[in-house]
Design a protein around this ligand. Sequence first.
Ligand code: ZN
Ligand code: ZN
Length: 364
Amino acid sequence: MHRDSPAPPERMARVRAMLHELDVDALLFLDMKNVRYLTGFTGSDGALVIGNKQEILLVDGRYTNQARKEVEGPRVFEYKDKEKIDGIAAILSDGSLRSVGFESQAMNVNTYLNLTEKLGGLKLNPMSDQIGALRAVKDEKEIAFIKKAAEISCEALTAVRDLIRPGVREKDIAIELDFLMRRRGAEQVSFPTIVASGANSAQPHAQPGSRAIENGDMVIVDCGAVYCGYHSDETCTFAVGYKDKKQEEAYSLVKTAHDRALEAVKAGIPCVEIDRIARECIETGKLGKYFTHGTGHGVGLDVHEAPRIASNSEMVLEAGMVLTVEPGVYIPDLWGVRIEDMILVKEEGCEVLTKVSKDFTVLH
Ligand code: ZN
Ligand code: ZN
């Protein structure tokens, strides 16, 4: 297993440089993906404090040895089991800090109230977008892990295409897909695999069930693998049995939206622009009201992370970002189509990392 720890010290330096700009003396990280990104620590619980003068990784006794092995740089502080808040309060109350920023999406109200009470006069400042954007641009090692994750899920997806035929149940295809991804080296699946047939395909996030595939179905298969902590994400939609004109037209429209959005991707383009291009294309084909989600999302240590490719996104694409482009249309109670590729943004254009053909395909 190729560990990606310890994390490159450059990441920590970037956070230290943000302290002044965010007007805080230190940052408290509770999102374990951020903690992993910044330190290399792969445990499932803990906290990280980054200040001007020191970095401290807080863990409970289960993780002390692991943290010392995986992490270079930050001091490892062990708190007693179930006393995480006290541990954090002890570190933050050393007298040198006046204000501390935290990831607003990673702290629940209980923790916030508890910590505020224990910190006395020290001010806790919520941060959101600034922290989320930290991981958006990937380095070479991260890109290599994401490419490997994509290779694993592409191979598995290609292999299960032969299983998609009338009479086979959605969940049997999903189980096979998960098995093939794990056997090919995925440490886990990125998210619960979606195999949605017939009317189920009209629900963007349907759970695979006992429905058996029938002739005339559209079948949406959406899956991803995790490799060294990094995710992949890809969706194919197949027709089964025969070509239905309406389905083929909708597929061709979604494919055009997908292709145009991909063609527009390069460094310097605002995320909203990519979303607009895909959306306008589907609106031109009069199916706009059935395109009910954003056009894409960043992929990395989380399967959904910055940048979001949506109509209210404020980020601009940069070289090294990895994101999905996944327009779809969902005709209620009938069928749906989604076409999703994961791409690496380049200065000029992009590289498509997910390799399964997205041409309209009828399976028998
Ligand atoms: Zn997906
Ligand atoms: Zn996705």
